[in-house]
Design a protein around this ligand. Structure first.
Ligand code: OFO
Length: 167
């Protein structure tokens, strides 16, 4: 039903989503270490969301009758220069994931693989959301600049995040 090339690409994306989960978990540990508990909680939830994304690929690969191929997950960085730098790095990471999803979609279209193309639509929308959410947080950091009070408030705000149900 799907080509070998697509099967490899889907398994690679499964690995990339697991890496996303891993890097955000590492950011959560970093924030916890510098006592920004709200940001630590936000990142832990982000990690959980990424795991759910990985499971969407896992389930889809199986549903189309193919074999899941789990690969080694790279080590994520363990620390960042500042809280803002961590979120900037998250934004850069999300942009790289958006590119991957777009490339996968291009491949599905070029192969006339309608099932995979339709499956990927959810991820195309999700990436718009992910980039915009993290970009807003980066802008908040710019606004508060060096204000300790601002950082405290932003930490409290991000700590209010609740998990979004995955459709
Ligand atoms: Fe899976 O969306 Fe972020 O990386």
């Amino acid at each position: 039903m799907i080509s070998d090339k697509m099967k490899v690409a889907l398994n690679e994306q499964l690995n990339a989503e697991l890496y996303s989960s891993y890097i955000y978990l590492s950011m959560s540990a970093y924030f916890d270490d510098i006592n920004l508990k709200g940001m630590a909680a936000w990142m832990k939830m982000q990690s959980t969301e990424e795991y759910a994304h990985a499971m969407k690929f896992f389930d889809f690969i199986i549903r189309v009758g193919e074999r899941v191929n789990l690969k080694q997950i790279d080590n994520p960085p363990a620390s960042w220069d500042s809280p803002q730098a961590a979120f900037e790095s998250a934004l850069k990471h999300e942009k790289s994931i958006t590119k991957r999803i777009n490339d996968l979609t291009d491949l599905a279209i070029s192969e006339k693989d309608h099932a995979t193309n339709t499956f990927l639509h959810w991820f195309v929308d999700e990436q718009v959301e992910e980039e915009s959410t993290v970009a807003d947080i980066v802008e908040n950091f710019k606004l508060i600049a060096d204000s300790k009070g601002g950082l405290f408030m932003l930490d409290k705000e991000l700590g209010k995040r609740t998990i979004m149900p995955q459709q």
